[in-house]
Write a protein that binds this ligand. Structure first.
Ligand code: UFG
Length: 341
């Protein structure tokens, strides 16, 4: 039987590169497409080294409809995993139009190209941000989506709706939205990982850059939250575990196992970890001391959120496996490798 081909939009980035590795290892052909607007070829080269093969990398913008059509004409695409999007929450607040244009425009082009070829299996890269601030924890897929607190978050909600409605309207289109909690870590080979541009917004890259000496001090935003130690709680999901959830989602679609044309899954561990607990675990597993201080709360942060991953565990047959220590050791190994230490 010929291999099924999966298109990974945004496949040269942090999550896309890890997903590419897992898909290829699971026996799929993979076409990577990326406009390289938020990454260089470091992860693509790392993927090539891990797999021992240079997969096709098409440099193109998903907002360019003709380019998307050409991609679908050049390859026989059985499934698309759509990562290509802007992701900086703060920037989306100051430049909303940029976010709506890029994140919605690129996804609509994927839908249109899928329609034109008579259908496709589409996995959309969504986020726990769609749940907003909620006091009923953990969140299940049935938990209500709260009004988005940023244009970035709103694009995730709207793209979910676009996918749901497209599945209903257009024959042959099937969709799965994966709602990621907080993806962290790096591949155990330390050949691929997160490469933030400029000052990192996210916790773990800020921690590793502080530990390596690129940043002076980590600010822990808020220690007066109503949580056990006063710092925010999140569900940190290992990037390789997260990548494997995509393989399960693609297999479910291609094997015709979906119960409905559109399905949603939380991709998390079900384990809340506070900022302070994460910092302590990082110090302990990597045997170092981190320079940190408590700082005021960051605007827009929710107090606590973690997943109920039962649906993904039972229906998708996926489960987070790696411990927070393994994940933080991998993140540190990656930081050291890119710093050449
Ligand atoms: N934090 C710090 N110091 C830092 C960076 C983060 O204390 O320098 C804290 C935050 O306050 C938060 C936790 O670490 O409590 C996690 O913050 P991240 O920025 O790593 O992750 P978020 O939970 O804020 O972000 C996630 C996703 C986004 C999504 C956002 C919505 O990464 O994609 O939730 O709020 F949009």
């Amino acid at each position: 039987m010929s291999k099924k081909c999966v298109l990974v939009s945004g496949g040269a980035g942090f999550i896309g590169s890890h997903v590419t590795v897992e898909l290829y290892n699971a026996g799929y052909d993979v076409v990577i497409a990326d406009n390289m607007s938020n990454c260089d070829e470091t992860c693509y080269n790392g993927v090539s080294q891990i797999l021992g093969v240079r997969l096709p990398l098409v440099k193109m913008d998903f907002c360019d409809r003709a380019a998307v059509d050409k991609l679908f004409a050049d390859y026989h695409i059985d499934a698309v995993i759509h990562f290509a999007a802007f992701k900086a929450v703060g920037e989306s607040v100051s430049e909303p139009a940029k976010y709506y244009e890029n994140n919605l425009g690129s996804f609509l082009n994927v839908i249109e190209a899928s329609r034109a070829q008579g259908g496709c299996n589409i996995v959309f890269s969504s986020s726990a941000t769609v749940y907003g601030e909620t006091d009923k924890l953990p969140v299940t897929e049935e938990s209500p989506r709260m009004p988005a607190t940023s244009p970035y978050g709103n694009t995730k909600q709207i793209c979910e709706d676009i996918l749901r409605d497209s599945v209903k309207a257009y024959a042959g289109i099937k969709g799965i939205a994966l709602r990621y909690f907080n993806p962290i870590g790096a591949h155990p080979s330390a050949l691929i990982g997160e490469l933030p541009r400029g000052v990192p917004n996210n916790l773990v890259p800020f921690i590793t850059q502080t530990a390596i000496g690129k940043r002076e001090c980590l600010s822990i935003f808020g220690n007066d939250y109503p949580t056990p130690d006063g710092t925010c709680q999140r569900d940190y999901i290992d990037i390789v575990d997260l990548a494997k959830a995509h393989v399960c989602a693609v297999a479910r679609m291609l094997d015709g196992k979906m119960a409905e044309g559109y399905e949603i899954f939380n991709v998390g561990t079900g384990r809340p970890v506070s900022v302070l607990e994460l910092v302590n675990a990082f110090e302990k597993v990597n045997k170092l001391k981190l320079n940190y201080k408590f700082a005021p709360r960051r605007a827009g942060d929710v107090t606590a959120i973690w997943a109920d991953p039962k649906k993904a565990n039972e229906v998708l047959g996926w489960k987070a496996e790696r411990s927070i220590e393994e994940t933080l050791a991998a993140a540190w190994a990656w930081e050291k490798r890119i710093a050449g230490k």
